[in-house]
Design a protein around this ligand. Structure first.
Ligand code: TEU
Ligand code: CA
Length: 557
């Protein structure tokens, strides 16, 4: 495949569904497949091309489905395989594709493989997971789990420890074992043969571990950092090439690797067009600009120049090598309008500005459910309202073991907890936002009477309709998909601006990230406004959170 070869997935916009929080069809307070089926018309109206479903497989839900106990069955609370088949068929009928979450760095500890593996050291499944002897009565090394505590769990039965980068109910699979890889490939083929259109691969960058298992650097934390020994490990590219050869290359699909901790250099390997590994990867540098003493737990906001630098780096760094991926939010991140915009007075304007900024760049844009409505952070004020294992563990570790003031931690949770993105989708202004007629598994955001889909569908100036227009533009203008990208006004601390060019046509995109009026001298005099979140245009200034895209054709110079 040549880098500029046209491909359906390069021309697509992806919509991420977090099924638990999307729509409940049977009043148990939990979103389900029936709910998604009911809302396909809504997605068709929005105009997205691909649906990505967060995990819907059988799971004890220690980490909301990212801990899978059976890859070939549907979580009971979500519905049945028949309903899944119907969903796939209906989506296809509407011209939408469907990609599934593939979680194969780890399974649930309730997966049959692990149940067997734990039984004794000679069990045929023993080597499906990573078991090590302790050091005296200490774990094999000092690694800390990303969800708090040690990354090693002691098993009394065999007097050994198993590795879990995430919760202790998410034991890591041993990818060194060829049988594990073959099981995974077989399972992937099973889903692909059903007709799904690809995979989003959970923490795929972590599957190959440094087999020396050295202690990690400790820094201020209680545990050593495992990342340098697990991310982009020695055999990760070999494994992905094998997976590509045995599975992916046999189907007309798209893949996106969640390449946690990925650097530009590594991304070029995972997604390099001639590397025969993955089609694309998610990178996270824009999400991680403010990590501090407590890791991701902080209330700081990044400087706009830093944010721009990151996008510039990835847009230009991947050009000619790999196709880019664009997202502001997902089920692990706070709501973008609360994070980089303004969720008060300028909520609608800033939501549209952020959408413009992202959707006009080069790469595949992802929309996380509710983002198209400008949904905001949860606004939880007590720990009891949180459901997320990462948030709850981090509260206890930081407050009880590291002495952080509880108020401070609550404030961090309000800013960056994953639950900010997991409150139920706001469909209408009836009780529980129309998400459920039962009791929702997590509280509905109290602003649902003002922010909901029904209202936005009816209002032509809504955030929803703005997203819809951005998607239409991308579908209708080749330059938005294939045009080259160039960041401009790099040092400006208020405006995010860039240029797209293709065959004598240029788009200028200006986004004001502040609530002030900002002078902008670079606005082209001979441009035609393609889209803007304000109706009237000012020729040399940008108003609060204003976004405007100008189209300029060569002959008009
Ligand atoms: O996330 C991987 C990952 O990098 C997260 O742990 C991330 O660091 C954190 O969520 C940021 O707050 C994936 C899934 O997206 C996440 O939901 C799962 O919990 C995790 O893998 C384990 O499967
Ligand atoms: Ca339900």
């Amino acid at each position: 495949m040549a880098i500029n070869e046209k491909k359906w997935w390069k021309e697509s916009v992806v919509y991420q569904i977090y099924p638990r929080s999307f729509c409940d069809s049977n009043k148990d307070g939990i979103g389900d497949l029936g709910g998604i089926l009911k809302k396909l018309d809504y997605l068709e109206e929005l105009g997205v091309d691909i649906i990505w479903l967060s995990p819907i497989y059988q799971s004890p839900n220690d980490d909301n489905g990212y801990d899978i106990s059976d890859y070939r069955s549907i979580l009971k609370e979500f519905g049945t395989m028949d309903e899944f088949d119907r969903l796939l068929e209906e989506a296809h009928k509407k011209g939408m594709r469907l990609i599934m979450d593939l979680v194969v760095n780890h399974t649930s500890d309730e997966h049959e493989w692990f149940i067997q593996s734990k039984k004794d050291k000679t069990n045929p499944y023993r080597d499906y997971y990573i078991w090590k002897e302790g050091k005296g009565n200490q774990p094999p090394n000092n690694w800390g789990s990303w969800f708090g505590g040690s990354a090693w769990e002691y098993d009394e039965n065999t007097d050994m420890y198993y590795l879990h980068i995430f919760s202790k109910k998410q034991p890591d699979l041993n990818w060194e074992n060829k049988k594990v890889r073959q099981e995974v490939y077989e399972m992937m083929r099973w889903w692909l043969d059903k007709g799904i259109d690809g995979f989003r691969m959970d923490v795929i960058s972590l599957i190959s571990k440094n087999l020396a298992f050295p202690d990690g650097e400790k820094g201020d934390g209680l545990y050593g950092n495992l990342t340098p020994y697990c991310a982009h490990g020695p055999r990760v590219h070999e494994f992905l090439r094998e997976m590509n050869q045995e599975v992916l290359s046999k189907y007309e699909i798209m893949t996106v690797g969640e390449a946690a901790c990925v650097t530009l250099e590594e991304a070029r390997k995972y997604a390099g067009y001639d590397r025969k590994e993955l089609d694309t990867v998610f990178w996270f540098e824009h999400m991680e600009l403010c990590s501090g003493e407590y890791g991701k737990w902080t209330d700081e906001a990044p400087k706009l120049t830093e944010l721009k630098k990151v996008f510039d780096k990835w847009e230009s760094g991947l050009e000619g090598t790999a196709w880019n991926t664009l997202f502001w939010s997902n089920h692990d991140q706070p709501r973008v309008v609360s994070r980089f915009g303004n969720d008060g007075k300028y909520r609608e304007l800033s939501a549209k500005m952020l959408a413009t900024c992202l959707h006009m760049m080069k790469g595949i844009p992802y929309i996380y459910q509710g983002e198209e409505l400008g949904m905001t952070n949860a606004g939880f004020t007590s720990l009891e309202q949180y459901r997320d294992i990462e948030s709850i563990n981090a509260y206890h570790e930081n407050v009880e073991q590291r002495g952080l003031e509880p108020e401070k931690m609550m404030c961090y949770l309000q800013k960056v907890s994953r639950d900010n993105a997991r409150t139920p989708m706001q469909w209408n202004d009836s009780e529980n936002a129309g998400f459920t007629e039962g009791t929702p598994w997590i509280e509905v955001n109290s602003n649902y009477k003002e922010i909901n889909a029904e209202r936005e569908l009816a209002e032509s100036k809504s955030v929803f309709h703005y997203y819809k227009r951005l998607i239409e533009l991308r579908h209708n203008m080749e330059i938005i998909v294939y045009g080259s990208f160039e960041m401009i006004m790099k040092e400006n601390e208020q405006i995010f601006a860039y240029k797209r060019s293709l065959d004598g046509q240029t788009l200028y995109v200006f986004c004001n990230f502040t609530e002030e009026n900002v002078i902008c001298n670079e606005i082209p005099k001979n441009g035609k406004v393609l889209i803007s979140n304000y109706t009237e245009r000012h020729s040399e200034k940008l108003r609060p959170y204003e976004a405007v895209v100008y189209e300029v054709r060569e002959e008009s110079f």
